[in-house]
Design a binder for this molecule. Structure first.
Ligand SMILES: Cc1ncc(COP(=O)(O)O)c(C=O)c1O
Length: 391
C-alpha cells in the first residue's frame, strides 16, 4: 500500500541518513521542500508582502487541507507556530477558577504540565493525574470515577514524547462529552502518523506541530477549536489578526478560530505545511499508520532479542515511537554511537515527561521513531550495529 521506493526517492534525506528521529522532526519530502523554498525565493525576488498577496488562494488552502485531515470545518483551524503555542492558546483561553479540577495523565508533555502548574497556582485550581490501567494507558474506569461537576478540563497527550503508548483518545472524548467538560488533546506525535477525526474523538481542542509526523517545515503547527466552544473562550493574546479594532475602545474577535492566530507568521512555512498535509493525505493516513506500526513492531521484536537491550514501550496500542535502554550505556552514548554510523535517534529525558519517567524509575531513554519511508533494511542495519557494539 505504501510504495517504499517512491517514498524514498521523494525524500532526499534518505540518501544521507537512516532517520529514526521522526518524532523529533521527520525528513521533508520534495514537494514540501519545493513549496517552502519557492516561496522564500518569491519573497526575495518581489518582496515578502507582495509574495504573500500572490499566494492568498494557496494560503487559504492550508485551512482546507488541515480541516480535511481532522474532519472539521476550515473555520475551526488556526495556524500557530508550534504545538506548544497552539496548546497554550487553547489552554489559557479556558475559564478556570479557584477549586476547579483539571484532569491529566502521566503521559502529559512537560510544557503542557508546566502550564497546568502555572495556572493552577495562579487561580487556585487543582491538577489531578488520572491513574493508568495495567497496560500503561490512561484508566477509563479511574477517569470516569474522578469526573464530577468541579472538573473543568481533561488534558490528554495522545502519544507521549517518550514511548510507544497511544492513549484511547476517543474513549476519553466519550467521557468528556457525557460530563460536558472541556477536552484538550495534544496530538503532536499522532498528527500525520495515524488517522485523526475530531468528531469521532470528541475533543474540543487539538494541537499539533508541522515538523514531526506530518513532515512539514519547522516553526509550524496548528490548533483545532470546536465552533460551539468559541464563545466560552477568551484567547490569552490579541492582535490585529485575531480581532478587528472597531473604535478607540472597541474590538471584535474574529468569528472563527483565526482569533487564536498571530498576524505575523512564517508564510513559507504555512505553505510548506499545507503541502505536507496534502502529501500525507495522498499516501493515506490509514496506510501510513499501518506501515509505521508494522515497522515499529518489527524493530521492537528485533531489539527485544538483543540481550543487552530493554524495550520500554507501554500501552495496548503502540505507535511508531520505540524506546529502549542499553545496559551499561547512557542514552547519549547510544545516540552518539549510532550518529557515527549515520543513524539518527533521539534521547528522551525526564524533563519532557517527568510524571511517567518517575513512576517507572527512569531518567532517560533512547527513542527510535519510525516513519513509512524507513525500510526493513534500515531496521536490520540498526539492530546489527547495536548487536555488534563493543568498546
Ligand atoms: C507530546 C508532545 N506534545 C507537545 C510537544 C511540543 O511540540 P512543539 O515543539 O512543536 O511545541 C512535543 C514535542 O516533542 C510532544 O512530543
Amino acid at each position: 500500500m505504501i510504495d517504499l521506493n517512491r517514498a524514498r526517492l521523494e525524500t532526499p534525506g534518505c540518501q544521507h541518513v537512516t532517520h529514526f528521529n521522526n518524532a523529533g522532526a521527520a525528513l521533508m519530502p520534495e514537494p514540501v521542500l519545493a513549496a517552502t523554498l519557492n516561496h522564500l525565493h518569491r519573497e526575495a525576488q518581489i518582496g515578502a508582502y507582495e509574495a504573500a498577496d500572490k499566494m492568498t488562494t494557496e494560503l487559504d488552502e492550508f485551512y482546507n487541507v488541515t480541516s480535511a485531515l481532522l474532519n472539521c470545518h476550515p473555520d475551526e483551524i488556526a495556524f500557530v507556530e508550534n504545538a506548544t503555542r497552539a496548546w497554550d492558546m487553547a489552554f489559557y483561553a479556558i475559564p478556570l477558577a479557584a477549586g476547579d479540577r483539571i484532569l491529566t495523565s502521566s503521559a502529559s508533555y512537560g510544557s503542557n504540565y508546566l502550564a497546568l502548574l502555572q495556572r493552577a497556582n495562579q487561580v487556585g485550581a487543582h491538577i489531578e493525574v488520572v491513574p493508568n490501567d495495567e497496560s500503561g494507558q490512561i484508566s477509563l474506569t479511574a477517569l470516569g470515577e474522578l469526573l464530577d461537576e468541579r472538573v473543568k478540563l481533561i488534558e490528554l497527550t495522545h502519544m507521549p514524547t517518550n514511548g510507544g503508548l497511544v492513549n484511547p483518545a476517543a474513549a476519553v472524548g466519550q467521557l468528556a462529552r457525557e460530563a460536558s467538560v472541556f477536552y484538550l488533546l495534544d496530538a503532536c506525535q499522532s498528527a500525520g502518523q495515524m488517522p485523526l477525526d475530531v468528531q469521532a474523538i470528541g475533543c474540543d481542542f487539538l494541537s499539533a506541530t508541522g515538523r514531526k509526523y506530518l513532515r512539514g517545515p519547522r516553526g509550524t503547527g496548528f490548533l483545532y477549536v470546536r465552533r460551539e466552544r468559541l464563545d466560552e473562550l477568551e484567547p490569552p493574546f490579541i492582535d490585529i489578526r485575531a480581532a478587528d479594532w472597531l473604535g478607540r475602545n472597541r474590538y471584535q474577535w474574529q468569528p472563527n478560530a483565526r482569533r487564536f492566530e498571530n498576524w505575523e507568521r512564517n508564510v513559507a512555512g504555512q505553505l510548506g505545511l499545507a503541502a505536507a498535509i496534502g502529501y500525507a493525505q495522498q499516501w493515506g493516513l490509514a496506510n501510513i499508520w499501518q506501515r509505521v506500526t508494522g515497522l515499529a513492531e518489527l524493530l521492537r521484536g528485533r531489539l527485544a532479542a538483543l540481550p543487552h537491550v530493554t524495550v520500554h514501550d507501554l500501552g495496548r496500542v503502540k505507535s511508531g515511537l520505540v524506546t529502549f535502554t542499553v545496559n551499561g550505556r547512557s542514552a547519549a552514548a547510544v545516540q552518539h554511537y549510532l550518529h557515527l554510523q549515520q543513524i539518527n535517534v533521539s534521547v528522551s529525558r525526564i524533563g519532557s515527561t517527568r510524571l511517567d519517567m518517575e513512576a517507572r524509575g527512569l531518567t532517560e531513554l533512547v527513542r527510535a521513531s519510525l516513519h513509512y519511508y524507513n525500510s526493513e533494511a534500515e531496521i536490520g542495519r540498526f539492530c546489527d550495529r547495536l548487536a555488534a557494539w563493543r568498546d
